[in-house]
Design a protein around this ligand. Structure first.
Ligand code: MG
Length: 95
């Protein structure tokens, strides 16, 4: 599956009607899922615990879905965001 395939699929998944074309729901989902990533990382810091990388990967997938779906809800092409991000970081690194 390519990234574009994933983005198209993500856009086809319905989200609850939040009165804002899904933008509010998806923004909250993105924040919540990022928090879940941090929660898994936090728990790995407890004595005797190790990092559950499968769980982190699962939560990162939830972050990705929320992010892609939010891009689509805002009529932003996720691939354009990736390209802009890369250009921005490359520019910073070149300084
Ligand atoms: Mg999750």
């Amino acid at each position: 599956m390519t990234f574009d395939d994933y983005a198209r699929w993500a856009a086809s998944v319905p989200v609850p009607d939040d009165g804002h074309d899904g933008v509010l729901y998806l923004a909250l989902a993105l924040t919540g899922e990022a928090g879940e990533v941090c929660e898994v990382l936090k728990k790995s810091l407890r004595p005797g615990r190790s990092l559950d990388t499968e769980r982190v990967a699962d939560e990162l997938g939830d972050v990705l879905w929320s992010w892609v779906r939010l891009c689509r809800a805002l009529d932003i092409d996720p691939a354009d965001v990736l390209a802009q991000s890369r250009a921005k970081i490359d520019e910073k690194r070149a300084r």
